[in-house]
Design a binder for this molecule. Sequence first.
Ligand SMILES: Nc1ncnc2c1ncn2[C@@H]1O[C@H](COP(=O)(O)OP(=O)(O)OP(=O)(O)O)[C@@H](O)[C@H]1O
Ligand SMILES: [Mg+2]
Length: 477
Amino acid sequence: MSHTSETTPARTLIVGDQTPQHMRLRHALEAAGHEVVEARDEPAAARSLLAARPVVVLTDLRLPTGDGFGVLRAVKGLDPDLAVIVMTGGGIEDAVTAMQEGALDCLATPVDPAHVLLLVERAVARRRTIEEHLVLKQEGAVRQGMPRIVGRDPALIQVLTNVERAAATDATVLLEGKSGTGKELFARTLHAFSRRAAGPFVAINCAAIPENLLESELFGHEKGAFTGAVARKLGKFEVAHGGTLFLDEIGDLPLMLQPKILRAVETLSFERIGGTKLLQVDVRLVVATNRDLRARVASGEFREDLFFRLSVFPIQIPPLRERSADVPLLARFFIERFCSDLEKSTLTLSAAAEDRLTSYSWPGNVRELQNCIERAVILSDESEILPQHLSLGSDQVPAPTVDPWDAIDLSGSLADASRRVLAEVERRKILEALRKAGSNTGRAADALRISHRALMVKMQEYGIQLGARVRPARRVG
Ligand SMILES: Nc1ncnc2c1ncn2[C@@H]1O[C@H](COP(=O)(O)OP(=O)(O)OP(=O)(O)O)[C@@H](O)[C@H]1O
Ligand SMILES: [Mg+2]
């Protein structure tokens, strides 16, 4: 996690038809400096959750497509810590169900914007506390020699929160993530956060070791167990005693070895090859895969019983393009590191290069970004990194974004829909003019080329108040 002083944008997602009540809520939140994104129904909300990474979700129970329970489940599936406030005109049963499914609160409509604001601010404060706690914990680990984890995208915070939770237990952890997402880094962090931190961290890559050697690597052998076994050898399970054993690329574990691993995982006991003594160890297991283990179970390449045993505590590490807020942070972190390694004075990242980095899809994730920056630092002989130093392939698939029109309510007659959209354009335009004019209504009216009186009327109509920080929503969905 980065140690920058910038704070995470406190983004609220409001889900539901754009009613006057939603307008009022949004105004209240924006006036207090919160960024608001909107989604009209459940599918749009699911997209916004990934694209906008809100810190709080406010949802109507009844939606044009899907419902608030669906939104609630989508949120909880993504991040159990994400606060969801449900708004309903319905009965107590719905409220009870929502609370049981993990809603922070369930409010009867019409809701009081001041009350919602209070709940949102509490949720944001709670999120900040979690982040600060993780920063401190990480600083401690870094002082002990752990590599730093850079990033503050809510998706990354979520992973770290899960890593910390898992670290407090001895449960087997399954890290799932594509190549270069940081699986090994998180495995090490988990160890560093755990009560075993002073013990060994032993890693073995199941895909990199030939099948016939893997068993002896894992469990060791006695002298003379097979031709070439000239001396007793300790396996990784033994070496990791008192610490953490990291089995990387577990999806490549040969089928033949899987029963033995299952038994070792279940009983924490095993025999060396050629040995007769049952050895007992105290080891916490962390396994990682960049393959879809369920698919390998389905195709018969991975035993189901082992899969269940390993996936007690699964943690998904999202690809870099799903935490694009972290790309510039990581880029600057790597620039600093490579400049210092190469004894160059620190290069800056040009705005154009930064744009190129954030719009790239990063199929190789953080590892690819790291390599790309290393190359750029070597290539750049100026004081700046420019797009041509990045030598990124032609893969210019833009990061997936939501279509802003998905969030716009076009229901009803043409006149109704046009009026709503126009009103929104006016409101945003006015907010922007006020912000640019430093809240001076006279100058804002001039810039908008309307009379001061007309501006005051419209501000009243849209519930725009001065004094509070004037800030337009930056995104529409
Ligand atoms: N959030 C991060 N902050 C800083 N460095 C990171 C971060 N994530 C990954 N890295 C760095 O990126 C590189 C790749 O990470 P790592 O080896 O942990 O990924 P992996 O998922 O195990 O990849 P692979 O599947 O290729 O083995 C490492 O050098 C790691 O230190
Ligand atoms: Mg790895």
